[in-house]
Design a protein around this ligand. Sequence first.
Ligand code: NAI
Length: 458
Amino acid sequence: MAEYDVIVIGAGPGGYVCAIRAAQLGLKTAVVEGRDTLGGTCLNIGCIPSKALLNATHQLHEVHENFEKMGLMGASPTVDWLRMLAYKQDVVNGNTKGIEFLFKKNKITWLKGWGSIPAPGQVKVADEVHAAKNIIIATGSEPSSLPGVTVDEVNVVTSTGALALPAIPQTMTVIGAGVIGLELGSVYARLGTKVTVIEYLDAITPGMDAEVQKTFQRILTKQGLKFILGAAVQGVDGTTTRYKLRKDDSEVSLTSDVVLVATGRRPYTAGLGLEALGVEMGPRGTIKTDAHYATNIKGLYAIGDAVAGPMLAHKAEDEGMAVAEIVAGKHGHVNYNVIPGVIYTTPEVASVGATEEQLKEQGRAYKAGKFPFMGNARAKAVFQAEGFVKILADAATDRILGAHIIGPGAGDLIHEVCVAMEFGASAQDLALTCHAHPTYSEAVREAALACGDGAIHA
Ligand code: NAI
């Protein structure tokens, strides 16, 4: 029986980052992964392939919408879908191979196969049992099922099938206006598919800042996406989606070539043997852990999508690093108040910390500094001046409580606010920091200025 200090189950962003940090800290580390490639959902069938398709289709959108405006004339490119998929796969392969390289570099053993935990301190892979002082479950999540809907990954698909459709559909129904529905809906809308998004709630991207939601919906509608809000999907027959309008309970149906089910994900823990082991579970299929990622079984930890909190690759990565440090006897920690969320559409949408709605609910006195990208020279130069930056700060202390951005590069811009929040900065601290001109980041500074005596270019 091989013995390890740490065995991580699952090689997604949570698991592989955890393993690398554990190995860096001198622990003998192995990772169990049953897929043919490392990287989990994120690298293989999630974040990374979708970003490749978002990039390719964004370029196409630029050709159609903006090239002539810039004096770039000539025939538009045609889409070779299979080549686009091949490009996407190249991007995936490059990244998954990169993790393999990092495993070799850090002397991490890849135990190939699907793992289970027959007893505390033991991990079984195929017929072999390995011993570990610490076992870390990082098995991630899978798409949740929707009653009355059978997914075949060809006509009725989750994000997995939507990233590999055999052809570009003429029509697509997207169930759920969350992150997956809008990112992949955008991809196909830019490829010419007529995309209709059906959403249960009365706004898109639940939980986001309400002003961002409205602006985002307006911009996506202009890009050709159609939204049916306040509609509960009842089932899908063939490719006909049946939904009930919540305002009057009327039943409506919509037929399209492809139906994308994007109504959330659930923890993936099947086959681990958790029940037999007596592992305590939390709500919605999550594994219950304490503040140090420990389950109720000694030496067994869990992180990422399999535990409570937002299902985000970077949250899993941070937990992976933290738990590795904890089992190495150090003080791993994640600040859950500063976890950014990003939607990689054009424009990008990004947020961190509290929304205005949350602050109102808490009864906290705050000020909001808002700056439109219309006042940002760089955004205007690239035809992306529609969004804004909003910074929320405590009314008395000026401490930054949250930021919400819709606009060019939002997913990168948000991080200067994250760093500021980690340091407990005030809006004035951001406002007094010199920002290079002309950059999108000036809009962040201007929003911070708007929390004080006023933005300059508004
Ligand atoms: P989501 O939870 O973001 O959105 C699901 C949407 O479906 C909600 O708006 C919900 O109201 C709606 N819905 C649920 N049942 C419905 C019904 N019967 N009829 C109509 N609408 C219904 O889930 P999504 O988009 O599937 O994403 C899953 C997870 O993956 C999320 O936690 C997300 O954060 C993560 N993810 C993150 C990405 C990023 O950070 N860029 C990219 C992709 C996924």
